[in-house]
Design a protein. Structure first.
Length: 104
């Protein structure tokens, strides 16, 4: 079991590291383009007054991820509770697997 967990952790670490590197590249590229475009645009943009009444983009992102974190936490609790609900069945399967390993 430790080998499985270790392998999964290694794979997920690599995947997340790859995602972080890709994210960094995307943010750097977006920043470069934004600086160039921002230097070309006039200081007063048409329609900007209407947009100022909305929350800033950072607020949208924070609210969204706050919701996602709560959703994932809720789904984790639900999933673990569901696994516990099936324990009378799954416990027999893993109990047999443990007994087979001990006998071998």
């Amino acid at each position: 079991m430790a080998t499985y967990n270790s392998t999964v952790n290694q794979v997920t670490d690599r995947v997340l590291d790859g995602i972080r590197k890709a994210d960094e590249l995307a943010v750097n590229a977006a920043s470069t383009v934004s600086q160039k475009v921002g230097g070309i645009l006039p200081d007063e943009l048409p329609g900007a007054d209407t947009l100022r009444g909305l929350p800033k983009p950072e607020e949208f992102v924070k609210l969204y991820f706050d919701f996602v974190e709560r959703l994932v936490k809720t789904q984790r609790t639900y999933s673990l509770d569901l696994v516990k609900a099936f324990e009378p069945i799954t416990g027999k399967i893993w109990k047999q697997a443990t007994n087979v390993r001990k006998a071998a």
